[in-house]
Write a protein that binds this ligand. Structure first.
Ligand code: FES
Ligand SMILES: [Fe+2]
Length: 388
């Protein structure tokens, strides 16, 4: 890399960490398997045998409702590797569609069709063939899964646990979800989540009139010298609170309260919460929330899924109609589409760079994320060898 051209900081993560599949494989383990991951809304898991299947850090996981208990298992059959649940979500017992092995709430194949004729597997052997189980925890209506375990969800959320609990408890059961594939590394999406400069340029038609803002405040923790970033992920989150003038707050109340009456968690600002490593929750005054998860698909591809969830009404059922949610989701999708185009451009550029990027004063959150990420990733000896 060339010498720095300005007195600004330079980006910390080497360019190839955005396109190298070997790096990707390591971060799946180091970043995604070692943290609690937002999995789905409890809405999809309300009834016995409801399930949601999704990959966490490259590991196929199914979360299944067993008579009211939510349990997470490796979604790979112990017989011959078929997914036990093949759909993304649905309602059926935990039973493999290939040869019919049926699993208990302990992940044990308790029902093996034609067992005595075809195998046979003794009752003593069956527990040894149990599906690997993972930790699952809920925060209100939000369901999280941890592959590696080791710390509780509360520990990971740290000082943000109370806020996430209030959000999770304050949202409705219904939601509208959209997904967008993006030809970029997931870290570009995180950069964009911390980027409060781009809106004026990337979203010119949808940007709010900035004169209504009364001030913006970021809460985050730059990496400190004595901190082990592997042990305290709770410090990697960041919150942006944007105050709005009284007129705007009042106008929003008038406009949206008929649709979202008596919301459980009202506030007077625009909230933008980044939960390490890949979840963003935004809301204007708590009327509704965009819960956005950036899933790594490969080194150069990711997928953005948004759950648009109305606030729950303290006094009864929300008045938000599916049509309203659809319209709001389309509005969000337009903005996300503009973001995706921007980060895809950065992805195309990074493979040919010979010098690092520049991080200005307002990009200190990106610097903090990159430093913590490199501490987690850079200790990998195999990576160091390849860097040399
Ligand atoms: S692979 Fe699942 S029952 Fe055969
Ligand atoms: Fe944006």
């Amino acid at each position: 890399m060339d010498a720095p051209a300005t007195s600004n900081r330079q980006t910390v993560i080497p360019a190839r960490y955005f396109y190298d599949e070997d790096v990707f494989a390591i971060e799946q383990k180091q970043v995604f398997q070692s943290t609690w991951q937002f999995f789905c809304l409890k809405t999809d898991l309300q009834n016995n045998d409801d399930f949601v299947a999704h990959s966490v850090g490259g590991v196929p996981v199914v979360v299944q409702n067993f008579k009211g208990k939510l349990l997470a298992f490796h979604n790979v059959c112990s017989h011959r590797y078929s997914p036990v649940q093949t759909a993304c979500a649905g309602n059926r017992p935990l039973a493999c569609p290939y040869h019919g092995w049926k699993y208990s709430d302990a992940g044990i194949p308790i029902g093996i069709p034609h067992n005595l004729d075809f195998y046979p597997i003794s009752p003593e052997e069956k527990p040894k063939l149990a599906l690997k189980s993972f930790l699952v925890e809920t925060c209100g209506n939000l369901v999280f899964v941890s592959i590696a375990g080791g710390r509780s969800l509360r520990e990971q959320l740290g000082e943000w646990h109370e806020l996430v609990s209030r959000i999770g408890a304050g949202v409705e059961d219904l939601y509208f979800t959209t997904s967008l594939p993006a030809d970029c590394n997931w870290k570009f999406a995180v950069h964009n989540a911390f980027d409060d400069i781009h809106a004026e340029f990337v979203h010119p038609s949808s940007s709010l009139d900035t004169s209504v803002y009364t001030g913006a405040h970021w809460r985050f923790h730059p990496l400190s010298a004595d901190e082990d970033p592997k042990s305290d992920y709770s410090k990697r989150h960041a919150q942006l609170s944007v105050g709005m003038n009284a007129e705007t707050v009042e106008r929003n109340e008038k406009l949206w309260t008929p649709w979202f009456p008596d919301r459980r968690f009202p506030f007077d600002e625009y909230l933008h919460l980044f939960l390490y490593p890949n979840l963003i929750i935004t809301s204007v005054q708590g009327f509704w929330y965009n819960i956005v998860r950036y899933d790594p698909v490969s080194a150069g591809k990711s997928e953005m899924t948004n759950w648009l969830v109305p606030s729950a009404s303290a006094s009864g059922v929300s008045k938000a109609t599916p049509e309203l949610l659809y319209r709001l989701a389309l509005g969000s999708l337009r903005i996300f589409g503009e973001d995706v185009q921007a980060v895809e451009s950065s992805q195309r550029g990074i493979e040919s760079v010979t010098r690092r990027g520049i991080l200005g004063r307002r990009e200190d959150k990106i610097a903090a994320f990159e430093e913590a990420y490199m501490h987690v990733m850079g200790e990998e000896p195999s990576l160091e060898r390849r860097t040399a």
